[in-house]
Design a binder for this molecule. Structure first.
Ligand SMILES: C[S@@+](CC[C@H](N)C(=O)[O-])C[C@H]1O[C@@H](n2cnc3c(N)ncnc32)[C@H](O)[C@@H]1O
Length: 253
């Protein structure tokens, strides 16, 4: 895996602590409490959602492709428990297990990180096959409309760690309409407490942004019987799909 390296992982956890992140956790916790059985978070990253759900007593497992993201999850888990966390390294498109899940969820536009269309088809088929009858897949999808308006890049950011050192991120992004590919050149800089540069990391993060109807077709092709669409964590229904920046899909097997 070429993305989600060491500094990216550290930045990720410092960055995702705002009110939106709290709302996200509450949103998925509600789904998990309603689920009658085991929960799975594919692409679980550092466990920023999985770990609070585990702490709330939810029977949840997860997997992710990045060893750095999983290592961060394991470190956080080890601070509270001596057991091994219920997570493993895996690509969605290769997922295979004997278990069946009552709920699966993929937050935060992660699905678009699977760039190969064939891998997205294989991945969705694999998730569907591992859902119990009546089970739900909830997935947050970043839509193309989010990148069609010209905007000043608001994304350059820095965070101060507990020891006073700083990790900064500079981003240069572009969207190619013909390939529906959003590309972000991410430069991470790790500053020590005296502002000396300790290390740097560059990553090209690429994401497929979806057009209206694209996911609906995939959900129906793999066999989902019912698909609901929301634009917020309050479950506001989608009115106009072509202007929605993000859509949360709730699919039932
Ligand atoms: C934006 S992070 C989201 C992590 C977590 N779901 C959250 O909301 O904090 C996306 C994650 O997807 C993982 N990922 C990307 N492509 C993947 C694939 N094909 N299979 C499994 N994981 C993948 C990355 O390693 C990364 O940890």
């Amino acid at each position: 895996m070429k993305t989600y390296g060491r500094l990216c992982t550290q930045f990720y956890d410092l960055d995702k602590t705002d009110k939106r992140a709290q709302r996200e956790i509450a949103f998925y916790l509600n789904y998990a409490r309603e689920a009658a059985g085991l929960v799975l978070e594919p692409m679980c990253g550092t466990g920023r959602i999985l770990l609070p759900l585990l702490e709330a007593g939810i029977l949840i497992e997860g997997f992710d492709a990045s060893t750095e993201m999983l290592a961060a999850l394991k470190t956080k888990y080890a601070a509270k428990s001596q057991d091994e966390p219920p997570v493993w390294q895996q690509y969605v498109q290769d997922f295979s297990s004997k278990k069946r899940y009552a709920l699966m969820f993929i937050p935060f536009g992660s699905w678009g990180l699977i760039l190969d269309p064939q891998h997205r088809v294989e991945g969705l088929r694999a998730l569907y096959a591992h859902l119990a009858p009546g089970g739900k897949l909830v997935m947050e999808i970043d839509m193309e409309a989010s990148e069609l308006e010209p905007k000043v890049n608001p994304l350059d950011k820095a965070h101060t760690r507990a020891d006073g050192s700083i990790i900064a991120l500079r981003l240069l992004s572009a969207y190619d309409v013909s390939s529906q590919r959003y590309s972000v050149q991410c430069s991470y800089i790790d500053f020590g407490p005296q502002m000396q540069v300790r290390s740097t990391e560059r990553e090209l993060l690429e994401q497929h942004l979806f057009r209206p109807g694209e996911m609906e077709k995939m959900f129906s092709d793999v066999g989902f019987s019912a698909v609901k669409r929301y634009t917020s964590y309050h479950k506001t229904p989608v009115v106009n799909e072509s202007t929605a920046l993000q859509i949360i899909y709730e699919c039932t097997k």
